[in-house]
Design a protein around this ligand. Sequence first.
Ligand code: PGA
Length: 244
Amino acid sequence: MKIQIFDDHTDLAFDVADMLCRQIARKPDSVICFAAGTTPLSAYNIFTTLVETDAVDCRHITLIGLDEWVGIPPENTGSCAWFLRRTLIKPLNLSADRFRLFDGMSVDLDSECALMDEYVSGCGGIDLMVVGIGMNGHIGFNEPGGSPVLRSHVTPLNDVTSTVGQKYFTEKTELTKGITLGLGHLQDAANVILMASGENKARIMRETLEGEISIDVPASIVRKHRNSHVLMDQAAASLLSRRD
Ligand code: PGA
């Protein structure tokens, strides 16, 4: 695991955008899993601008959406699908055969999980996962106390996730379940980028990096990954005992 601390969120976002460009330059047909959320938004915006200005060829990448709220349709602006379409799929002009998002409205969520797992295997696995961290340490909807080895699955949402998740929606929304890639996918991904930004992530970053590696703090599993990269701004790193 490599840890980097940046002066502020913008510096962090530029670095992640640059890492994405380098990944694609190195492997034009990269399979990249992207998280939705507030944390990666600036990095994605910088990335899509760099793609345009530096003519990075994204025609052969495959984009995989990390997770989705169950019961929320893709046209809802709070859905992960809406976020990923607006920030990445549309600006990168990805054709339908170059991405897969979970359908949180599926009447058969188990099949939806199986289809995603088949898709990931069919792509030859994930080259890079770009993820954030929840206030409770979740990655995607891999909630505290879940499984470190599961692949795609449906899970009840932790109270923290349902409450904090309201920030993505324009009106109060019932959030009870999520569908998500699993930590099994994360462990198998060739590279992982975990981003954390802001003072409100400081406590969970300390637990993630300095507490025990435990499924009670799902993100702590990145410490076992052979090629994980944790990028934080100063605010998110502010409670770490060592910052050098
Ligand atoms: P955020 O979400 O980037 O909006 O803080 C992170 C998460 O819950 O995984």
